[in-house]
Design a protein around this ligand. Structure first.
Ligand code: PEP
Ligand code: MG
Length: 596
């Protein structure tokens, strides 16, 4: 090795799961599926080629079943993601189109599959929702597995890693991640992937540092290289100097101490210095994330985004399947509240099986969420029945997304009543007496809040969409992301109006958009009178800690100054000037020091 090979290199990726680890790199070999040859087949071989593909798919399916069965108990929940992969294997988009391509183009199965993936993958990648974008990776993982079987490559043997190493991979599929005995792994880094890829979700749930999105880590890093992974900043250091190792070892100790302190304290209520208790809840997309909410001190589920169970499915889940999923979450949470949001499908969360010939020109303004549900009554009723049945086992409330008129609320309540009546007639256990709330995320709902309030039990402000629709900024468009500003005066005035109406009409006012999870926004949200905040589980400890340093009386006074400001910059400066000291307490200063 030359000197230039071993000089310290700093790589920047995405901070997906916080924490620091230092150790030897273990490269996950993906040889065998990246380069695929194309060749033509004659009529005589056509059937044989199709059978070869079918056999490879069958084998992939059996492999996935075995992985699910062999997963350690604590990863069983995550292994369910693999069930999605099994379904993808039979999906028309992948399976049907590959067979079709073999038939039409008379090409070998490997080439046909690669071609189909190259068409289907961008469909997902172009979706503005980051979660759905990352489902493109699931397509790749599944097809890689089939390709391995087609070319006869060895399956990855991750189950036998018995060293305390840091995994370095091009990408890690959920299947691969669930084979790894994670207690033996210090952390992982990947070229691909983002914050909401399943691998990142698993890393956060288990508290293992992870940095995806490094582009070419597998090219730069060699087996057994010493590397440092800082999952909090998204930094990876290859061949660190002795001085860097000492510095990061110290940071690691401080970070672990800091997490232990705030997480321990997070199990206590978030009460301000003048005695006001703010409920701090967790957002989940998948049932298995409940564990992370509880571990981080979440006091309930403020938003259960249910659409992900409908993803990549040619056939939507049936009532019993949904009921089982909801019941799992409700039972784990015991007496704590579980807010189940009805399907927020389409828009940035488009269904994978897009009906051919139908594409919305402007999906964010299209047949999304409640609009979709009111049109597809059967789909809606199936979900409502499952929710009402699960509500029998705990403390459930229903949240309706994207409400833009009073009519939509009334129609929804009418359907809910019909569903309750039929469940009653059938003698099925369910809970009719359930709170119903709406997402306030469309500007017309803000304006009409006073007319909507008597119809519902609570408002939950969805700032992700409210900002998008109020400021006319596509939430997934990087070009305009600089305008995506939660502390924009217009947004603050809208939240104030919704909160004032809720207080006057005596209903709860909550927030479940990303804005609720950032400590810098907390003085304003407290001053505006939020009763409950719901966020990514990892954000709960820092937000609770921030709340404990604040005083509601002061925050209300502070709001008078905030409301006079006319730009986001002025508001941010005001928050920094007034609460800067408390905000810098959010991470220990020694840990923040020298962060790149
Ligand atoms: C929101 O819009 O703020 C929200 C919480 O919902 P989603 O991000 O799922 O659209
Ligand atoms: Mg929304």
């Amino acid at each position: 090795m030359t000197d230039s090979d071993s000089r310290e290199i700093v790589l920047k990726g995405i901070s997906a799961s916080p924490g620091i680890c230092i150790g030897k790199a273990y490269l996950v070999d993906k040889e065998g599926v990246d380069v695929v040859e194309k060749y033509y087949i004659g009529d005589a071989q056509l059937q044989k080629e199709k059978n070869r593909f079918k056999t490879a798919v069958k084998k992939a399916k059996n492999e996935l079943h075995t992985i699910i069965e062999d997963s350690p108990e604590d990863l069983r929940q995550h292994a369910r993601i693999l069930e999605t992969h099994i379904l993808l294997l039979r999906d028309k988009m992948l399976y049907g189109r590959t067979i079709e391509t073999i038939e039409k183009e008379r090409v070998n199965a490997e080439w046909a599959l690669k071609k189909v993936v190259s068409i289907v993958k961008p469909m997902f990648q172009n979706m503005s929702d980051s979660y759905l974008r990352e489902r493109a990776n699931d397509i790749v993982h599944v097809s890689d597995r089939v390709l391995r079987n087609l070319v006869g490559a060895k399956p990855l043997d991750l189950g036998n890693i018995d060293k305390r190493v840091i995994l370095v991979a091009h990408d890690l599929s959920p299947a691969e991640t669930s084979q790894i005995q994670l207690e033996r792994i210090k952390g992982f880094i990947t070229n691909r992937g983002g914050r909401s890829s399943h691998t990142s979700i698993i890393a956060r749930t288990l508290g293992i540092p992870a940095v995806p999105g490094l582009d070419d880590a597998t090219r730069i890093i060699k087996n057994d290289d010493i590397i440092i992974v800082d999952g909090t900043t998204g930094i990876v250091i290859v061949h660190p100097t002795e001085q860097t190792i000492i510095e990061y070892s110290e940071r690691q100790v401080r970070y672990e101490g800091y997490r232990a302190v705030i997480t321990r304290a997070s199990h206590f209520p978030a009460v301000t210095t003048d005695g006001f208790r703010l409920q701090v809840m967790g957002n989940i997309e998948l049932p298995e994330e409940v564990v992370s909410v509880i571990d981080n001190g979440g006091e309930g589920i403020g938003l259960y985004r249910t659409e992900f169970q409908y993803l990549s499915r040619a056939v939507f889940p049936n009532e019993d399947e949904l009921f089982d999923k909801y019941k799992d979450v409700v039972e784990v949470m015991g007496s704590k509240t579980v807010t189940i949001r009805t399907l927020d499908i389409n828009g940035d969360k488009a269904i994978a099986a897009i009906p051919s010939g139908y594409e919305e020109k402007n999906p964010a303004l299209g047949l999304r969420a409640i609009r979709y549900c009111l049109k597809k009554r059967d789909v809606f009723k199936t979900q409502l029945r499952a929710i009402l049945r699960a509500a029998h086992f705990g403390n459930v409330r229903i949240l309706i997304p994207m409400i833009s008129s009073c009519d939509e609320i009334r129609e929804t309540k009418q359907i809910l009543a019909e569903v309750s009546n039929s469940l009653e007639k059938e003698g099925v256990d369910f809970n009719r007496d359930i709170e119903i709330g709406i997402m306030v995320e469309v500007p017309s709902a803000v304006v009409m809040a006073a007319s909507m309030a008597p119809e519902v039990d609570f408002f939950s402000i969805g700032t992700n969409d409210l900002i998008q629709y109020a400021l006319a900024i596509d939430r997934g468009n990087e070009e305009v992301s600089y305008l995506y500003e939660p502390l924009h005066p217009a947004i603050i005035h809208m939240i104030k109006h919704v909160s004032d109406v809720a207080k006057e009409k005596n209903i709860g006012v909550f927030m479940c958009g990303e804005m609720a999870g950032d400590p810098i926004n907390i003085p304003i949200l407290l001053g505006l009178g939020m009763d409950e905040l719901s966020m990514n589980p990892q954000s709960i400890p820092a937000v609770k800690r921030m709340i404990r340093t604040l005083n509601v009386g002061d925050a209300r006074e502070f709001m008078k100054e905030v409301l006079k400001k006319t730009t986001s910059r002025d508001i941010i400066n005001l928050v920094q000037d007034t609460y800067g000291a408390m905000l810098s307490n959010e991470t220990p200063s020694e840990y923040q020091k020298d962060q790149t």
